[in-house]
Design a binder for this molecule. Structure first.
Ligand code: SAH
Length: 222
């Protein structure tokens, strides 16, 4: 839980600046009130370099080093809303921790989060940020997320924040029956599609949501 006093303590940008972002997200079609409320109270400026902090409450992706980005708030909200539609998933796997912003948002909405990142320095920084925000329901792993995280499977929800050209088999296997995988799919030089895969008793059903632009899901760890 990020409390009002914690927000004041870290010198968070004015309430009005943060509210403007939330208004923008609802104008763009985000309707889940819990998602909007958590994003209102999550200090996005702590997830980017100080030099970019003044732009942290604009609805844009920003560079975080290592050739990676912090996702646009709209995309974080949309993917989270899709993951939560129809009931709160108990256990969620996230692939692509990056700066940890999506992780921090998720951790305030679901009981358990498992997050995998291939670039060790990013993972290390994300872990530190979440610790300073007193977030305790997240476990991290430095690995190639295409393999998922088998030990804790199955997951009620899986969210992938980098785009593979095809959906990794391991992620489909580690999804619980009744669970949902939210993932951008497509090559870098072509249109990517934000996709939701529902695992049913009999197999998998696919739903395409909208066109998106993500950094690629890359094999191997660093
Ligand atoms: N979730 C972040 C966005 C991260 S950008 C946010 O909240 O803003 C995508 C991240 O996926 C990058 O940090 C990148 O290093 C990571 N990534 C790319 N390929 C990966 C792989 N195979 N396994 C795990 N992480 C991967």
């Amino acid at each position: 839980m990020i409390t009002e006093s914690m927000i004041r303590g870290i010198g968070m940008t004015s309430q009005r600046t943060r509210e403007r972002l939330i208004t923008r997200l609802s104008d763009k079609g985000i309707t889940n009130k819990q998602v909007l409320s958590v994003m209102l109270n999550t200090p996005r400026h702590l997830f980017v370099d100080e030099a970019l902090a003044s732009r942290a409450y604009e609805d844009d992706a920003l560079p975080i080093g290592q050739g990676q980005t912090i996702s646009q708030p709209y995309i974080v909200a949309r993917m989270t809303e899709l993951l939560l539609a129809g009931g709160i998933p108990g256990k969620v796997l996230e692939i692509g921790t990056g700066c940890g912003y999506q992780t921090a948002v998720l951790s305030q909405l679901v009981p358990e989060v498992y997050s995998v990142e291939r670039i060790e320095v990013l993972l290390h920084q994300a872990r530190k940020r979440l610790r300073s925000l007193k977030i305790k329901n997240v476990r991290f792993k430095h690995s190639d997320g295409s393999w998922g995280w088998d030990n804790n499977a199955p997951y009620d929800g899986i969210i992938v924040t980098a785009a593979p050209s095809t959906i990794p088999e391991a992620l489909l296997k580690q999804l619980a029956v009744g669970g949902k995988l939210v993932i951008p799919v497509g090559r870098q030089d072509r249109a990517q599609e934000l996709t939701v895969i529902h695992r049913t008793n009999t197999g998998y059903e696919q739903e395409v949501i909208e066109a998106v632009t993500f950094v690629p899901l890359i094999n191997g760890d660093l």
